[in-house]
Design a protein around this ligand. Structure first.
Ligand code: SF4
Length: 395
């Protein structure tokens, strides 16, 4: 490894001191993301100091079942192997019975989250989906999702966490009555990636302005919200930093972002981006560390399965959460990347000096806010959360 010159070390140290004092500018963040591998240890140390200050000792995860309610989707993202058109092999919309079977199996395995990930409004493009919804007694995928979340709340101890793509103000309000938290990845603020041949060509719902509007609307309504960025899909360093800043700014305004996910692109066979360069370990670690510097008090998450077998290293970047991990269901978005066994996750987390704690889909500090609607959701949250907001009966 090359060693840093005296001047370069001083420059990085000055940037990191400014960051520690809470004044990290866009240009500084970009410079730190561009700094070479020789500067990485300094950057990681700074991120770890901030985590120790604001998120000491504990790394969380959510024990979940993953429910792909429908994999039909009207968008065509360049990296996606999840989506299907009607009639394609594997195209499927789950029935309520199929959902409840998974939920009950998850309950038996100590899961507390039912993560609903699904395609974007397939009924707008496919008459087949409109027929399916009609048979199920609904006009829209979001209407079906709402009913299923309510059923899960009513008939099980799991708490739903819908991740259904773009939502209007009305749908955010309706879904927040049947789920303690909602999710929508910002992915990127780069409009360039909507251009022909780029990652979000032919993905109208990935228009950054629309996603920022939805995240902001959740803030206006005070709904605990999960979002994050997807790195390595063609964005520039500046665009990556701008995406993080956009999330931070919305959180500063509304205080509703419960976690920020930093997800690394993985190239998938059979997709337009199959030969695209994946971000390497250093790039991911640098991005995690810069995210920690930009938002020292926020919950930062990176999915362990997308960095297996080196996922314990992600803790060095300043994260304090592993996200949803399932002992039962695959990661349907990345089926080729199994989650680590939870026992192994615990051992690896402890080996790095942290306690692993099971959280609900809503983070402890947002539980009270999620219960404000009252009703069945508040009742279920009261039963599921301990006084500190963690899972009352951890598996
Ligand atoms: S990533 Fe999501 S929105 Fe994009 S094609 Fe896949 S399912 Fe659809």
């Amino acid at each position: 490894m090359a060693t840093l010159s005296h001047d370069a070390t001083l420059a990085i140290a000055a940037d990191l001191n400014a960051a520690a004092a809470g004044v990290i500018a866009r240009e500084t963040a970009c410079r730190l993301l561009r700094a070479g591998d020789e500067a990485l240890p300094l950057l990681l140390e700074a991120a770890q100091r901030l985590r120790a200050q604001f998120k000491p000792g504990v790394v969380t995860y959510s024990r979940k079942v993953f429910i792909p309610l429908t994999n039909l989707c009207r968008d065509y993202c360049g990296y996606c192997t999840f989506r299907r058109d009607p009639g394609q092999p594997g195209a499927h919309t789950m029935t309520p019975d199929e959902v409840m079977q998974v939920v009950r199996a998850g309950e038996r395995m100590g899961c507390t989250e039912a993560l609903f990930s699904l395609g974007e409004k397939p009924e707008l493009l496919f008459p087949e989906m409109r027929d399916t919804l009609r048979r199920l007694g609904h006009k829209s995928t979001l209407g079906y999702l709402e009913a299923i979340c309510e059923k899960v709340l009513r008939e099980s101890s799991l708490l739903p966490h819908p991740n259904p793509g773009l939502m209007s103000a009305e749908w955010i309000e309706r879904l927040s009555r049947v789920a303690p938290s909602l999710g929508l990845m910002l992915e990127t603020t780069s409009e360039r990636l909507l251009q022909k041949g780029a990652a979000h060509d032919n993905a109208p719902d990935k228009e950054p302005a629309k996603r920022l509007r939805a995240i902001e609307e959740a803030g206006r309504q005070g709904v605990p919200f999960t979002t994050g960025i997807l790195i390595g899909i063609g964005e520039t360093i500046e665009e990556r930093v701008d995406s993080l800043l956009a999330i931070r700014d919305l959180h500063q305004k509304y205080g509703h972002i419960q976690e920020v996910i930093i997800q690394n692109f993985r190239a998938k066979h059979g997709t337009p981006m199959a030969r695209w360069q994946e971000p390497d370990r250093s790039d991911l670690l640098r991005t995690l560390a810069v995210a920690r510097l930009l938002m020292p008090q926020m919950n930062l998450q990176a999915p362990p399965n997308l960095s297996d077998p080196h996922y314990p290293d992600l803790l060095d970047g300043g994260i304090n959460d592993w996200g949803g991990v399932s002992p039962l269901t695959p990661d349907y978005i990345n089926p080729e990347k199994p989650w680590p066994h939870i026992q192994e996750l615990q051992q690896q987390t402890e080996a790095k000096g942290f306690q692993l704690r099971q959280r609900l889909p809503v983070y402890p500090e947002f539980v009270a806010r999620a219960a404000l609607h009252g009703g069945l959701l508040a009742e279920r949250l009261g039963a599921a959360a301990d006084p500190a907001g963690y899972v009352r009966r951890a598996a």
